[in-house]
Design a protein around this ligand. Structure first.
Ligand SMILES: Nc1ncnc2c1ncn2[C@@H]1O[C@H](COP(=O)(O)OP(=O)(O)O)[C@@H](O)[C@H]1O
Ligand SMILES: [Mg+2]
Length: 250
């Protein structure tokens, strides 16, 4: 579904992506993990075309996204749902209007059709009672669920999620991961950033770890956890001593 080929990106003087390769399999849940500042968010933004790589390619459904223009680019954007780190709802719009926004931008649906789709999506994430609230009136978990509903509203083939449950309590995190698991069973390809490996291992098909701008481990969860790579081992166990130093992340 998504092929990331030899991606390079330098920001200020730092090489953030250093020849990164990753194949995201169709219909599966792939989790990307790694230290804070290791380039996970930049990778996701490069995949959707919000960040331009210095070199390398992103192929989605057989098409090089850097070559897309006009209607093809718009269609590509509609196929991918994106949840930004922190949720990033529009502060001045209600929950309803946030979720309706992509429909008003990209479709010619009637007011009634939009209302019915938005209400359906909000019901799916348990927010049917909060349609008129502003983002500032929502808890962290509600914010993330509203952002999830917005990412799903155009029925994307692929969902990119940047830390969809970070900062939430374990129960709300589990509820969100269960929702993502359910979404995946509908055949949607999910690429998700998460640090919470214990919680995501239940739903992940593959876990990839990014370090120094490259994917250093990519495997099914069981094999990821028993990786012999000392960097992966230190990351999983959260030990302060090992190959990971203060010079590697932020
Ligand atoms: N807007 C920016 N300005 C300057 N540097 C940035 C910017 N965004 C990201 N970076 C650099 O890119 C690195 C990777 O950032 P990011 O992808 O956000 O990391 P994370 O893995 O925590 O998501 C950061 O350590 C930082 O050095
Ligand atoms: Mg990030």
């Amino acid at each position: 579904m998504i092929k990331v080929i030899n991606l390079y990106k330098k920001i200020e003087k730092k090489i953030v992506l250093n020849g990164l390769n990753l194949h995201v399999q169709k219909g599966k849940i792939t989790v990307i993990t790694g230290l804070s500042g290791s380039g996970k968010s930049i990778l996701l933004k490069t995949i959707v075309g919000l960040v331009k790589p210095d070199s390398g390619k992103v192929i989605v459904d057989g098409e090089d996204i850097s070559t897309l223009r006009g209607a093809k680019l718009i269609n590509f954007r509609k196929k991918i749902g994106f949840l930004f780190q922190g949720g990033a709802l529009f502060d001045s719009l209600s929950v309803f209007d946030n979720v309706a926004f992509p429909l008003r931008e990209h479709t010619k649906l009637s007011k009634k059709e939009i209302e019915s789709k938005v209400m359906h999506e909000l019901q799916e994430v348990g927010l049917a009672d909060s349609v008129n609230k502003l983002p500032s009136e929502l808890s962290g978990g509600m914010n993330k669920r509203a952002a999830l509903a917005r990412a799903l509203i155009l029925n994307p083939d692929c969902l990119l999620l940047d830390e969809p449950a970070t900062g939430l309590d374990p129960v709300m995190a589990k509820i969100i991961y269960d929702m993502i698991d359910k979404i995946s069973t509908k055949g949607i390809t999910v690429l998700m950033i998460s640090h919470n490996l214990q919680a995501v291992s239940r739903i992940a098909d593959f876990i990839a770890m990014i370090c120094r701008g490259q994917i250093i481990e990519y495997n099914i969860p069981d094999k990821f956890f028993t990786s012999e790579n000392p960097i992966v081992q230190q990351f999983i166990s959260g030990r302060a001593h090992g190959p990971i130093g203060l010079n590697m992340g932020d």
